[in-house]
Every structure is written in C-alpha cells, then in structure tokens.
Ligand binder design. Structure first.
Ligand SMILES: [Zn+2]
Length: 287
C-alpha cells in the first residue's frame, strides 16, 4: 500500500490511489507530524510520498524553506515520519509532483518533454523528461516562478525583484488590476469582472498573459517541450487565458519549438500533487 500526501497552506491532502481526502493543516510541527503518522499507520502504507510547497532537499529529506508554512523550515520530514511509522518516505516539491501526476494520469500522457506550471497564489513549475521527474542535484529544479524577467522589476514574495511570479500569480494579477483602476480586489474578483466583459479586468489579465508568454518562450527555448500544462486556480477559473497565451508564445518564440508545443489545461485538479507524490513513492523515483 502507498500513500500520497500534499501539505498545503490550508489543507493536507491524502490519496491512496482510489480515495482522496483532506484535513485542515495544523499550526505546529508536532501536530502535523502526528496527523501524517496516524494516516500512514491507519492506512498501513509502506511507501509514502510527501509533497510540500517550497524548497525541499530530496537527498536529505528536508524541507529547506516553505514560505507559506514557515514552521516547516529545516524540518527533516523524511526521518521524522520514518521514525514514527514503518514506512519509506520520499519528499518532493509540490509542483514537481503535480507535473509527474499530470504526466502519468492527466494531460501529459505520452509526452517526451512535459512541463506543468501551477498558477495560483504563486507560480510553480515541474518537468518530466523521458518519463522521469526533473529534480536537479537535490530537488529544487524548475523554480520557474523565480526566473527574473525584469531587472529591478516588481518585488516578489521571495524577496527578489522582477521574478516571473511577481507578474504571473494571483498577487501579480491583483497588482495589474490596481494599476488599471486604483482598486484592490482579489484575483478571483478580477476574473469574475473579466468574464462580465469589464475592460480594466480584461486588460489586467492580458498584461499577466503577456508576461506568462514571455516566461513560456524562455522555457520553449531551454527545453523544447511538446506539452505544457497549466494548473491552479487562475487557469481553472479562466481557461480563456490558454488560447491567448499559446498564440502569443508561438508568435515570439523560435519557430521550431513554437511549432512543436501545445498548451493544455491540467486535468487532475487539486489532488494532482498528492497523486504525483503517491506515484513517485510507488515507482521509487526519489531516494
Ligand atoms: Zn521570486
């Protein structure tokens, strides 16, 4: 039996491959370790994949940094869970796991070079190359959101300036809308207004889309992917974004990688990270 677990800012999501369920994320390390260990023991899981939003060191099994769950910083999650249960634990970044989930069971099936971007509160990225998740030396590859696209540009949540995420994320979209109108509203409100045809909301989305196309162009030039998937709250609620971004990216990129790629909406929804974690653990792709 294997178990996939996705530790998010609001919910901890679980999947055993057949059933998906979620529980509210506890506010301390001890409670979180208890919640996870109890599920692992109850489900008699031997292999466990755990994903965390943030930087993880897959070799050491440590959460290096998690901006939304500060108490996880430097937590040796792998050894802590293994010590409390009889399981083997793999720790992966959430966007990498989501990419592997979409590659295995979603829109990335059959792809030779698959990239999945998660566009919501932040901008995450993961890649699957010839069937294997791209981890890099220690698991922090594909931090697409923190590619700098403007020197000295907008401030990103990571502390740098001009990161792609500062423009392509819920807070980026909110900022574009604020520049248009002077009004501060949530990204979901911006999308709602765009759907009703409000010009300022449509312009804000179009600004965000042009930065996303720039980021995608860079990815096309680096990786020559055949499929790029978009997942997360923004593309799910505003799928109209995809056609526009795909067209714009094809206009500005080199013709060959532009010809070979297509942009698709991810299919697995909010459990994609947990599903990817389950499959990564089951297939023993990470230490
Ligand atoms: Zn950044």
């Amino acid at each position: 039996m294997s178990l996939g677990i996705d530790i998010g800012g609001t919910f901890v999501k679980f999947t055993d491959g057949e059933r998906n369920w979620k529980e509210k994320t506890p506010e301390s390390t001890e409670e979180l370790l208890n919640l996870i260990s109890e599920a692992v023991i109850r489900e008699k899981a031997r292999r466990v994949g755990i994903v965390v939003a943030g930087l993880v060191d897959v070799k050491r099994g440590v959460v290096t940094d998690s901006p939304n769950l500060k108490f996880l910083k430097d937590l040796p999650l792998k050894s802590e869970i293994e010590r409390r249960t009889a399981s083997t634990v793999s720790i992966v970044n959430d966007a990498t796991a989501a990419a592997y989930g979409e590659y295995s069971l979603g829109v990335g099936r059959g792809s030779s070079l698959f990239i999945c971007l998660t566009l919501g509160t932040g901008l995450g990225g993961g890649a699957v190359i010839d069937g294997k998740p791209l981890l890099g030396a220690s698991g922090s590859a594909m931090e697409v959101g923190h590619m700098v696209v403007e020197k000295g540009g907008w401030l990103c949540h990571c502390g740098r300036r001009g990161c792609l995420e500062a423009y392509v994320s819920s807070y980026g979209l909110e900022r574009f809308y604020h520049m248009e109108t002077g009004e501060s509203i949530s990204s979901f409100k911006v999308i709602e207004r765009a759907k009703k045809g409000e010009k300022a909301a449509l312009r804000a989305l179009s600004e965000m889309a042009s930065y996303l196309s720039l980021g995608l162009m860079n990815l096309l030039h680096l990786f020559n992917p055949d499929i790029v998937a978009l997942s997360g709250g923004i593309p799910t609620h505003y799928p109209e974004l995809l056609e526009k971004v795909e067209r714009k990216t094809k206009e500005i990129a080199f013709p060959q990688p532009a010809r070979d790629f297509s942009l698709k909406l991810a299919r697995l929804g909010e459990f994609s990270g947990a599903v990817g974690a389950l499959l990564i653990a089951r297939n023993q792709l990470v230490y």
